[in-house]
Design a binder for this molecule. Sequence first.
Ligand SMILES: [Zn+2]
Length: 290
Amino acid sequence: MRILLVLALLATLPGCGAMADDDSGKVEVATGFYPLAYVAERVGGSLVDVENLTQPGAEPHDLELTVQETVTIARADVVVYEKGFQPAVDAGVEQGTEGVALDAATVVDLRPVAGQPDETDPHFWHDPLRLAKLADAVADELGRADPGHRATYRANARDLAADLAALDRQFATGLARCARQTVVTSHDAFGYLAKYGLAVEPITGLSPDAEPTPADLARLQDLIREQGITTVFSERLVSPKLADTLAGDLGIRSAVLDPIEGLSDASADEDYVSLMRANLTALEQANGCR
Ligand SMILES: [Zn+2]
């Protein structure tokens, strides 16, 4: 019994060679949250093992890491994260990794937050073309870690870029002619939809745990009445209470718009592309798009 306990403890500590995947010959990739994991899985295919640090159902903004997950970062060949989005992952990367750390924020052109030019919006994956940029950079890093398969990583990134370009065209076409342009959402995760002509009015700030003031809510109610907005959007990984209350008070619908920051039980069979398509359908309905 005592020996088993020691073995279990050793397996959680760095420097013990305890991770079984080390012997698989695959490139070990650690990712901060779901869209980054999706890119790593598509570009790496069967040549990589992707460990996503945000567990299904968890909200990634306020992620905390277990000791084992800190070890995962330390041992990874490639860490894909977005600096500033998950402070715990930033701290894990700062403690050091044997491999390379690829910061999505250095690869993708992040947009400033409306009205706050010094703050950048981290939710870039709502623009499929920006996500394709990240796929290129992931292919480069995987090719450096595993030069024998460089051509495969490049080809996989090209396939993903084609899917993402098609998705971008679907959004552009689907949202080209809408009765309304304003979208009321739960937290401010959808600013990148501005490229398709939408104006996003979030109930809370860039992070889901920011609290709106009564004045914020009164202003939103006025806006919803003035513009004839039909729907208040909530999201999967945080409580829909605020959105439901706002919608209920005004007698309009509430519906889900997924920030795609992580999967949950309800979306376990989905992937990034299918969730983006579901979002598009929900936006078309809410905004009267033809
Ligand atoms: Zn967010």
